[in-house]
Design a protein around this ligand. Structure first.
Ligand SMILES: [Ca+2]
Ligand SMILES: [Ca+2]
Ligand SMILES: [Ca+2]
Ligand SMILES: [Ca+2]
Length: 438
């Protein structure tokens, strides 16, 4: 059996209470108690309490003088216990320990309104609120709210047009000729030509930046109203080298007789070279501007009424020949001949009544001498019981003969009876071939 005896540390002096403290023994231990000094008018009783000398008990703590001491009333007295002091951000808890203070849960946040308070052990921190403003808004300077962005003040949103700021967005009041594109947010040129097809211009519409322009087809000019088109009287500018006729939308050039319009420019009149055309003049052609002249050989011809063909002058009929009285005037193309028929010896000149010979007398016909280009073609010989004869004969040109040329074809007709030429006729045929075809 063990008996434990309390050791009175205070009595044995094994306590460690400092000066000003009294050692108080407890079963199994001790504590240091502040020595109680009673104020004037108080006395310390047996239990260590100050009692008013009149008998009233008033506890006067000397602990008040010390911030680090805690005054514990003990009923009729008190004692001072060492006070636990917590650091900033901590608070004494019921268990006598230090607990972190949640500053953020306080009724008034220690942070700015735009900040979020975050509690930390022994402290707290303030974090700026991350406010995300919707499109068209921006954070105010103090970061507390979103303000509408005045887009009109930023850059040149509407270029040369009027910018109207709206809540969250902006609008451009476009000048005349422009339209606001809600997608691009820009004033874009209005294509009036496609927007109002056929209503702005009479002919052609050309879109321009901020406006449009009317134009006219060739041959027309824009009227004063800027949209209608009027016919241009091109003839006022004398585009044609000769005659001009204005027509609606165009003009037409005409030429005087003897001229023709140039195929390429349609305006220039060019002389027609009539001499290049076939059979214009019977002799020579002389082209002149707008006309032409036909000439005839220098003598023997005159112009016919059409001035194009040359007509032989019948000098014999006109009496302008130079034949003598003995001669016979014989008119030929381009001149005349004076003929004097002289018969060979033993021949007599037949009278006019004898010219047509009795074909019965033509028994033999001689050939034409030489290559004259003519040939005497006899008909078939016919024979009667007593005689034979050629009923007819023809002198025919058998090849071209170039003039000027003069031939005398002599045709001899013989009447032969019993092998004896009893009669002979000679016909002299004068052939005059003109130099010209006319
Ligand atoms: Ca336009
Ligand atoms: Ca015209
Ligand atoms: Ca001509
Ligand atoms: Ca003549």
């Amino acid at each position: 059996m063990y008996i434990f005896l309390d050791i009175d540390e205070c009595a044995v002096g094994s306590h460690n209470c400092g000066a000003g403290f009294a050692c108080v023994n407890t079963p199994g231990s001790f504590y240091c108690d502040l020595k109680v000094v009673c104020r004037d008018g108080f006395t310390l009783d047996a239990s260590g309490k100050c009692i008013e000398e009149k008998g009233l008990v008033t506890v006067i703590s000397l602990c008040q003088t010390s911030m680090s001491a805690l005054c514990v009333n003990t009923g009729g007295s008190f004692r001072c216990e060492q006070k636990l002091v917590c650091g900033d951000g901590f608070a004494l808890n019921a268990a006598g320990g230090c607990t972190d203070v949640d500053e953020c849960s306080a009724h008034t946040s220690p942070c700015q309104p735009s900040q979020t308070c975050v509690n930390m052990v022994g402290s707290y921190s303030c974090h700026a609120n991350a406010i995300s403003c919707p499109r068209g808004f921006h954070l105010s300077v103090n970061g507390t709210r979103c303000k509408d962005v005045n887009e009109c003040l930023v850059g040149t949103k509407c270029a040369k047009h009027v910018c109207v700021n709206l809540e969250r967005l902006y609008r451009c009041e476009c000048r005349t000729g422009y339209m606001f594109n809600s997608v691009t947010k820009l004033c874009e040129d209005m294509n009036e030509c496609t927007h109002y097809p056929g209503r702005l211009c009479a002919h052609k519409c050309e879109n321009t930046e901020g406006s449009y322009r009317c134009s006219c087809a060739t041959g027309f000019k824009l009227a004063y109203d800027g949209r209608d088109c009027q016919d241009i009287n091109e003839c006022e500018d004398k585009p044609c080298s000769q005659e001009c006729t204005n027509v609606y939308g165009s003009y037409q050039c005409y030429c005087h007789r003897g001229y023709q319009l140039n195929d390429v420019d349609g305006m220039t009149c060019e002389d027609i070279d009539e001499c290049t055309l076939p059979n214009v003049c019977s002799y020579q052609c002389v082209n002149t501007p707008g006309d032409f002249n036909c000439t005839c050989p220098s003598s023997g011809y005159t112009h016919s009424y059409d001035a194009c063909t040359c007509q032989d002058i019948d000098e014999c009929a006109a009496g302008t020949h130079s034949c003598s009285a003995k001669e016979t005037c014989f008119n030929v193309q381009g001149g005349f001949r004076c003929l004097f028929i002289e018969c060979p010896p033993n021949f007599r000149r037949a009278g006019k009544s004898d010219v047509v010979l009795d074909f019965h007398s033509i028994a033999r016909i001689g050939r034409l001498a030489g290559d004259t280009g003519f040939r005497f073609i006899k008909s078939h010989l016919r024979c009667c019981p007593n005689y034979c004869f050629f009923p007819s004969g023809v002198i025919r040109q058998i090849k071209p003969v170039l003039g000027p040329k003069e031939l005398v074809l002599e045709v001899t007709m013989k009447y032969v009876q019993s092998g004896v030429v009893s009669q002979q006729n000679i016909v002299l045929i004068h052939v005059f071939i003109s130099e010209f075809w006319f």
